[in-house]
Structures are given as structure tokens and as C-alpha cells.
Design a protein around this ligand. Structure first.
Ligand code: NCD
Length: 309
């Protein structure tokens, strides 16, 4: 794929090939042989996504052009397109973009001659987060087809929910949603279940942060954990091998009891670790697709690579 924008552009084969490649990079050192630059254009706050892209870039030997929208010409009214075009002109070889608009890619589509990777589009999509979530689930169960996965929380405003729901369904998982009143999204065609049913029946409980920054009025959260979140009592009712996931940042004591963040079922920090390797794989894929990178013989010659647990 030329640009990595939506999980909907990926086939089942594409998805597994990214997961397999991520595992390869976890276990093998890889360095680009020529000087290449990556620009990280984050117009929204980020800790994990931005820093794991940075670690992935350093591991690959990509030079990072760091960008801070609050000290850039964006403050002078410069558009996303003009910002992206600037980075292309000064020699960037790949753009990583996070922006508050759901459809920011439309402004760049067909107008920029270097690969673009979506690091978060408003409340629409977060495909690299989705890939690291899929890798985490795959490591756990060795398959995705047939698993019961529930996505719990502020579904209406979550790009993570959308990307994961679509990709998991494509891979054959049974996807459920669970949301407090007002947090449902009628446009998403997936069954809703209560948090109590979810914990007893699902193999993966994927929690989401309340997206206060995308709400018109600040949501009241004092009873949220008790009514809709993962309490210790609910965790005890989860299936023996079921796992807890969360893209973070976490609102401790709101969507999850703080003691569960690092409990035996939690894969939250594993998700972060996996983010580095899937982002290496995705960047290498687009660089190869544009023939910006040298040919990737080392990876192509490999035998099938087992996904490590
Ligand atoms: C998520 C995001 O930015 O969409 N965070 C992340 O990238 N790990 C989730 C969130 O902010 O709630």
C-alpha cells in the first residue's frame, strides 16, 4: 500500500503480513543503508504513538524531523497541506500524521509525493494502534478468528474503537460493543452488550478512555467505574484466560480500577511494546512500496516466522 491510512484498505493477508514482519523486527536488527528522513506531524497530543514511532525510526536508522504544532507556522495559519508539502520539499521521505480532523487525509490525497502514515484521525481511525492491538491478541491466543472481543467505553468518539472493530471483524472475531448511554454510536453495526455480560463471556476486554476533548460538555464520571467500568469485582468474573487491553492514556479509577492496570490479565504495557515493532513494519512497507528503501532481501528470504508470545 502506498499510504497507510485505514484498516479498511488492508486484506486479511496484509494484516498478517504486518504482524509477521513486526515479529521479525523484534528479533532481528535492521538498518536502512541510506540516509532517510521521517517527519512526525502531530497536531494533537501524544505520548505513546509519537514516542514509539520515534523509537521505531531510530531502530531503523531513520532521521527524525520533529515538529511541534504549537511552535510551528500552523500558528500563523499554515494549512496541513502546506505543512506537509514543506516537509516533502525539504527532504522528508515519509510523513507520520496525527490530526484532529476525521478526514485530514482528503486534503493530502494525491497531492504529496512521499508516503503518509495515519497516526490518528479525529474520531475516525487509528490504524497503527489497531495493528499493535491485533499483534497483542494474536500473541495471546495464536489466532483471532472465533474470539469474542468486547470494546468498552466511549465508542462514539473513539478512533481506536472504529479501527479495531472493523479489523477484528475482517479477521473473523466476534466483536461486541459496550457503552454508557450517550457513548454508543448508531453508525457502527455491531451488537451492544452490558459490561456485566461482557466480562463473563469475552476473551478480550478492550477498554477505552472517555474522550473528554471531543465532547461538547464534560461528562460526569463519578459513578462511571461502578456502572460501566472494569471494577475488581467484574475482573473476578472474567474467563480464566481472558485479557484486559487499553490503548492508554488511562483514566485510573474511571474506566478501570487502578489496581487492575498492572494485574496478571493486563496486556496494556505489552501493547505499548508491540507498538514499536508494528510501526517499524508499517514504515518499511510504505518505504518499500515507493521504492524509497533498498530492497528488503533479508526479510524476503526469511522462512515463516512464528509470532512470539
Ligand atoms: C489513543 C488515541 O490517541 O486515540 N491513544 C493512543 O494513541 N495510544 C487513545 C486515547 O487517546 O484515548
Amino acid at each position: 500500500m502506498k499510504n497507510f491510512i485505514s484498516v479498511n484498505q488492508l486484506t486479511v493477508k496484509d494484516i498478517y503480513s504486518i504482524l509477521e514482519k513486526a515479529e521479525y523486527y523484534r528479533n532481528h536488527e535492521i538498518k536502512l543503508t541510506k540516509q532517510l528522513f521521517a517527519a512526525n506531524l502531530f497536531f494533537e497530543p501524544s505520548t505513546r504513538t509519537k514516542m514509539s514511532f520515534a523509537v521505531a525510526q531510530k531502530k531503523l536508522g531513520l532521521e527524525i524531523l520533529d515538529f511541534h504544532s504549537d511552535s510551528s507556522s500552523v500558528l500563523k495559519g499554515e494549512s496541513l497541506y502546506d505543512t506537509a508539502k514543506t516537509f516533502e520539499s525539504i527532504g522528508s521521505d515519509v510523513l507520520i500524521v496525527r490530526h484532529q480532523s476525521d478526514s485530514w487525509f482528503d486534503e493530502l490525497d494525491g497531492r504529496i509525493s512521499i508516503p503518509i502514515i495515519n497516526a490518528g484521525a479525529g474520531k475516525e481511525e487509528h490504524p497503527t494502534q489497531c495493528m499493535l492491538d491485533l499483534l497483542t491478541i494474536y500473541q495471546e491466543y495464536g489466532c483471532i478468528e472465533g474470539l469474542k472481543v468486547v470494546i468498552v467505553g466511549d465508542i462514539k468518539h473513539s478512533r481506536v474503537a472504529r479501527s479495531n472493530a472493523f479489523a477484528l471483524r475482517k479477521l473473523g472475531a466476534n466483536v461486541f460493543l459496550s457503552a454508557a448511554p450517550g457513548f454508543e454510536d448508531e453508525e457502527l453495526d455491531f451488537p451492544y452488550i452490558s459490561i456485566d455480560e461482557a466480562v463473563e463471556t469475552c476473551d478480550v476486554v478492550m477498554l477505552l478512555r472517555i474522550q473528554h476533548e471531543r465532547h461538547l460538555h464534560k461528562a460526569e464520571t463519578s459513578d462511571y467505574l461502578k456502572l460501566y467500568g472494569l471494577t475488581k469485582e467484574r475482573e473476578r468474573k472474567m474467563k480464566e484466560k481472558a485479557i484486559i487491553m487499553h490503548p492508554a492514556p488511562i483514566n485510573r479509577g474511571v474506566e478501570i480500577d487502578t489496581d487492575l492496570v498492572e494485574c496478571r490479565r493486563s496486556r496494556i504495557f505489552k501493547q505499548m511494546e508491540n507498538g514499536v515493532y508494528v510501526r517499524m513494519a508499517i514504515m518499511m512497507n510504505v518505504l518499500n512500496e515507493w521504492r524509497i528503501n533498498y530492497n528488503e532481501n533479508t526479510f524476503k528470504k526469511r522462512k515463516a516466522i512464528a509470532i512470539s508470545r
